[in-house]
Design a protein around this ligand. Structure first.
Ligand code: ATP
Ligand code: MG
Length: 439
């Protein structure tokens, strides 16, 4: 340690508030979730589309809508100092996916089923289930107009919760109708809220003029009663919109998917029409929405593409993992390797390293002991590491074994038995042992 370091403790640098490291201890859970999601998308014929994490700010301003929580106060936007471009760390996936679909003309050959996953960024107050960097998985079905696809994407969600063993997830659904229906409802809403203006909080007073529908989305407990009594959009839907909504519900019913109509469900983004829905749990406190989505027929045209209907949903991966924990359905921690190789340094290390490489070439996962001090360590302390690694077998090469061109194979799980094997046939012996144990 330098004198300066001794007298003045060197400050460590911390991560950004609300942006978390996903630590190795949790890696298996994330891998499990990602694995299930990949299988799900395959089962329904969805293709993976990976867009950049940074987009032009206009993508979200125009896509999500100016008068939304996300665009008004949650976006990480900045000017690229090198060329003056206005950029934003993506707060959600849909607007970026549509930007890409339009730019790459992906609907040229007909409709597309797409999925995405990755980190999203929103400047919110960090708390349980709410972070500034979080991860979403989402699906988008583009170019399909009928209620069948609305129902299919909801079935996908239900299948996912079942696969993941989630308990207590309920589906809430609503219809936002079409723009003219919302305009009529909006007029009624404004009249209603103006008559009760003194009960509106500051945000909602502002929204009264800019986007009164958003008031229904408010989580402010003091306003819930007022919101409960507000005119319901469902009462303003025309025949076509009602028909679509009823068809979605009928398909859900035919597939035994229970759902509750929530006339106040409006979703926090501006691009939706017709069907909207959320999956909600009571198990995670205030951050109880694990996924949400709906139909967004106007968006593709709004982003400069040829008008085409679309719908989709997005899920928060941290919230889903948290709910898996609460539901007791997280997978067991996995072993780090199949085989742990022990040695005594020098020539035994050289032999051990060659053996480890041969085992890996045969498809076996191997950790080769490396002494932290670069010297060597007792077999006893190495064996402790081997046990902790979760490996099924230890391969031990000491000077005595090497002198006879042998190694010891030790069963670390069931029998604890140990036997000497010629180095030449060690790979086969390990494979036989692993295959034999799984039969
Ligand atoms: P909320 O009402 O909880 O703020 P939202 O309506 O803003 O959610 P969406 O934009 O619909 O959320 O995003 C889809 C999902 O992403 C949410 O249902 C949630 O599971 C997750 N999510 C959204 N914001 C966050 C966040 N800041 N941290 C963790 N997960 C989030
Ligand atoms: Mg939000």
């Amino acid at each position: 340690m330098t004198d300066q370091a001794k007298t003045q403790k060197i400050q460590k640098i911390n991560g950004v508030r609300g942006m978390n490291d996903l630590l190795p201890a949790d890696a298996a859970q994330w891998a499990h979730l990602e694995h299930v999601l990949r299988d799900l998308t395959r089962a329904y014929g969805y293709e993976f589309l990976r867009t950049p994490i940074v987009e032009a700010t206009a993508v979200f301003q125009r896509g999500i809508g100016e008068v939304t929580d996300i665009v008004e106060k949650e976006m990480y936007s900045f000017e690229d100092r090198l060329n003056g471009e206005q950029l934003t760390l993506r707060p959600e996936g849909t607007a970026a996916i549509v930007r890409s679909v339009v730019e790459n003309n992906l609907l040229y050959e007909g409709p597309k089923r797409l999925w995405y996953t990755g980190p999203m960024f929103r400047h919110e107050r960090p708390q349980r289930g709410r972070y500034r960097q979080f991860h979403q998985f989402g699906i988008e079905a583009l170019g399909f107009a009928g209620p069948d696809i609305d129902a299919e994407i909801i079935l996908m969600g239900q299948r996912l919760w079942d696969e993941l063993g989630l308990k207590g997830v309920r589906l809430e659904i609503n219809s936002l109708g079409q723009a003219p229906e919302r305009a009529q409802h909006r007029a009624a809403l404004v009249t209603y809220f103006e008559a009760h203006k003194e009960q509106l909080d500051e945000d909602s007073q502002r929204r009264l003029l800019s986007n009164p529908l958003r008031i229904l989305d408010s989580k402010n407990p003091a306003m819930q009663e007022l919101i409960e009594g507000a005119p319901k959009l469902l009462d303003y839907l025309g025949e076509e919109s009602l028909k679509h909504f009823e068809a979605v519900q009928a398909l859900l019913k035919a597939n035994n998917i229970p759902c509750k109509i929530n006339p106040r469900l409006v979703r926090g983004l501006d691009y939706y029409n017709l069907t909207v829905f959320e999956w909600i749990t009571e198990e995670l406190g205030a951050q109880g929405t694990i996924a949400g989505g709906g139909r967004y027929d106007p968006l593709i045209e709004r982003m400069g593409g040829k008008s085409a209907p679309a719908c989709g949903w997005a899920m928060g991966m941290e919230r889903v993992l948290e709910l898996m924990k609460v539901s007791g359905s997280l997978p067991e921690a996995q072993a780090q390797c199949d085989v742990f190789v022990l040695h005594q340094g020098g020539e035994t290390l050289t032999a051990a390293m060659i053996i480890a490489e041969r085992l890996r070439s045969a498809g076996i996962d191997v950790i080769l002991f490396c002494p932290p001090d670069g010297q060597s360590a007792s077999f006893k302390s190495q064996m402790k590491k081997a046990d902790a690694s979760g490996a099924a077998y230890a391969v031990i090469i000491g000077p005595d074994e090497l002198a006879k061109d042998e190694a010891q194979i030790k069963d670390l799980r069931a029998s604890g038995q140990q036997k000497a094997v010629a180095l030449d046939s060690l790979v086969e012996a390990v494979i036989d042992a692993i295959v034999g144990a799984t039969e």
